[in-house]
Design a protein around this ligand. Structure first.
Ligand code: CU
Length: 214
């Protein structure tokens, strides 16, 4: 099974949603302008004698329902891949993410160390690229949200529960931040994920994250 790529899943969805939204917008714009021009008030005034147009309204309703059903199908298919199928992948590394005011703690239980990023400290979150990375998200205080914009992915960290999510990174540097307003220093909750080759990751992790960022 190919690894689930959240970025391409959601970019694909977006590329379908946007043309449909633009099309519907133009359709409504044309209909409104046409109605304004055709039915504008002209002397002598006469009251309209019709109330409804069942074929037109029926067609419109059925068409809208079809578009909504189509988008729902695509959206739930993508969500199923990202939320369910991705968690069935065998992870190359498991990282426990603990959010707190106003700090991220990323623990690597298999290697016995953790790094932190947020208020007054910003150690990098290093992950192996092109491999499944399992994140166990939790929070010590309020609801935070683990957000990596370039992956098109965001997931809440909720106190008293563990949210499991599996992400795959391409090689590169991925800024992330808390996406749930969690207090005055919410904006301090930033981090940077470095996705590096599995060998570079293993060397960094075996050194317990004390070496230079690969
Ligand atoms: Cu937060």
């Amino acid at each position: 099974m190919a690894l689930v790529n959240t970025r391409s899943e959601y970019d694909h969805l977006f590329s379908i949603y946007v043309p449909i939204a633009v099309g519907v917008f133009l359709l409504i714009l044309v209909a409104v302008i046409a109605a304004v021009l055709i039915f504008r008030r002209r002397p002598p005034e006469r009251a309209a004698r019709w109330h409804e147009n069942n074929p037109v309204e029926g067609t419109y309703a059925v068409l809208l329902a079809c578009v909504a059903a189509f988008l729902l199908y695509l959206t739930f298919t993508a969500e199923h891949k990202v939320d369910t199928l991705a968690n069935q992948e065998r992870p190359a590394v498991v990282i426990d993410v603990t959010a707190s005011k106003w700090l991220w703690t990323f623990s690597y239980p298999a290697y016995g160390f953790s790094v932190r990023s947020g208020t007054s400290i910003n150690q990098p979150l290093v992950v192996p690229a092109n491999e499944a990375v399992r994140f166990n998200l939790s929070s010590l205080d309020v609801i935070h949200s683990f957000w990596i914009p370039a992956l098109r992915y965001k997931h809440d960290a909720i106190p008293g529960s563990v949210q499991v999510t599996t992400l795959t990174f391409s090689r590169g540097v991925f800024p992330g931040q808390c996406a749930e307003f969690c207090g005055l220093r919410h904006s301090d909750m930033i981090f940077v994920a470095h996705a590096v080759s599995p060998a570079a990751f293993a060397a960094w992790a075996r050194g317990k994250g004390s070496g230079p960022t690969p």
